[in-house]
Design a protein around this ligand. Sequence first.
Ligand code: DGY
Length: 320
Amino acid sequence: MPKHPVMGDGLPPALVELLGTDVEVLPWDDTPQSPALARAVGIITYGHPTVDGSLMDRVPHLKIISNHGVGVDHIDVAAAEARRIPVGNTPGCLDASTADMTLALLLAVARNVVVGDRFARSPEFTHYDPSILIGQEVTGSTLGIVGMGRIGKQVAKRARAFDMRVLYHNRNRDESAERDLGVTYATLDQLLADSDFVSLNCPLTPATTGLISRREFGLMKRSAFLINVARGPVVDHDALYEALVRHTIAGAALDVTAPEPLPRDHRLLTLGNLIIAPHLGSASNRTRRRMIEMTVENLFAGLRGDELPYRVKSRSGFPA
Ligand code: DGY
């Protein structure tokens, strides 16, 4: 039986294994004479590479684009819809793990976990010193969540365990979240001004690109921290650098950057009041397994011409 040629760039081995013997994985090649583009019936991505209308037009047999992940800002979904190519993603399964990571970064940056680790390994650590590395108390503080989608709600749920007051900003007010999670709607400016921690949990859209820039950092408390587990371009990195160097905010923790990774000589990497993780939001064993399964389920449904179990619909605006 002929195999289905499917193109993907550096796919996780466990995903390739689950695709099984019916699929031939073609290495990513979008050069002008690419034999892979000419043959592929499916494309699998995971946050990259960019799949726009012009690329789709060069894949004459394309039946399905399956993304291993929920964020599809690298795929022109409207262009795919116009060409009747379904786009699949993996919603839901990573909400808890991404919220866990949000809290992990929040706690780590607030309580100097990374700086403390470096210090504890160094010869300078000679005795317990009660006056060093005194962090920001998390319990009872105010958290501002930008993007009250599925992940934002999971973050709010966890924040309650820390007795945090939770503000949120979203394109639309979510009265059921207010009722169920005890969160309070705020304009973006109010949220920035009142929060001790600002957590970005929104998708990357035209409306959220550069959402947190100089003006927004200027509204934040000098003692506040920014946590970004959304997408790098939501934050203006030059403005972030200035805010951290001038201590107009206390610190930041980024799971995502723009570009990703940052060049090794990027000036953000020199700062002690910044933590950077290599896009680990959904990187837990159970979540990553489910993401693989959903990616493969979508792919095979698309190859068969069936409705995808997890299909992305084009949308605009902020946030989902
Ligand atoms: C997602 O699912 O979008 C995460 O960022 C992992 O890629």
